[in-house]
Design a protein around this ligand. Sequence first.
Ligand SMILES: Nc1ncnc2c1ncn2[C@@H]1O[C@H](COP(=O)(O)OP(=O)(O)OP(=O)(O)O)[C@@H](O)[C@H]1O
Length: 298
Amino acid sequence: MLKLKNVSVKYKDKVVLDNLSLTAEGGEIIGLVAPNGTGKTTLFNVIANFIKPNSGNVTFNGNIQYKTERNELSIHKQLATFPDQGDLFEELSGVDHMKLYANMWNGTSKHVQDIYKQLLMESYVKKKVKTYSLGMRQRLCFAMIVAADTPIMLMDEVMNGLDVANVSLISKQLMQMKKEGKLIFVASHLLANLDLYADRVLYLKDGNIVHQQQLNESTREYIKIELTPVQYEKLIQNYSLPDDHLYIAKRLCCIPIAQMDLDEQKDWIERLFAYKGKELTIGPLGTVEHYEKYYHES
Ligand SMILES: Nc1ncnc2c1ncn2[C@@H]1O[C@H](COP(=O)(O)OP(=O)(O)OP(=O)(O)O)[C@@H](O)[C@H]1O
């Protein structure tokens, strides 16, 4: 559905994307994670052709590239980007905005009512945007991209400023759209949140994807415990830890269990129980832990 090949973007001497390649298919939610200023928006801008890469290309559906105006039009019919709150019209209602997006991409707005009901916006959607809170505006931006109903959606910080109930509401809607076969990119700083709905999380670093985390496959499991650097030093002096264990962000010790039999696993759990008041968990690394591994250790 979407293929980026050797994409590079430079602003003057600053390389932001460096030979980045990526393939993505419909029916997938892809999280995009990196500290501020790494290149997430730049990557979205390349996919949407808001900026031209210095080299490399983007291909849709196997053979369509941004080479002609006609191609650009046909790609833009299939792709919508998350609206910016600053682009909302204060004097128009939420419904007006949703209809605008629905008509622009879909040629019809008959599904708009179902969407605002599903997103629990009925009580305010017909009022002018100037009366909305930040969270209501954010939900409207989301409702607009849902109304656009495109096969590809690029969402920058979709959950910004939303409370727990709204995060859950929007997560559900994202998963429903994924089931319908859409390809959805979500750039986010709300890491734990991505664990709930993303299929794959891409970590951007130094202009490229430094790691792709598959969340829907069984992944390496670890015994995980929070340890201070002093406690960790003592542990590695007293016991021989597997070479591939991790000590992430000088706080979390992760011991892989794949190569251990049940007795060895039990031994490790007993040893680690000695650290009173520390939470011991068993499972794969989550998005937060990967993030700390890639961005807090260098
Ligand atoms: N038009 C531009 N001219 C010069 N430099 C730019 C331009 N746009 C972006 N940059 C630089 O490119 C880098 C990546 O910016 P980008 O907006 O893609 O990051 P981001 O990962 O989306 O950040 P954030 O999490 O803060 O939204 C930054 O260092 C930024 O200063």
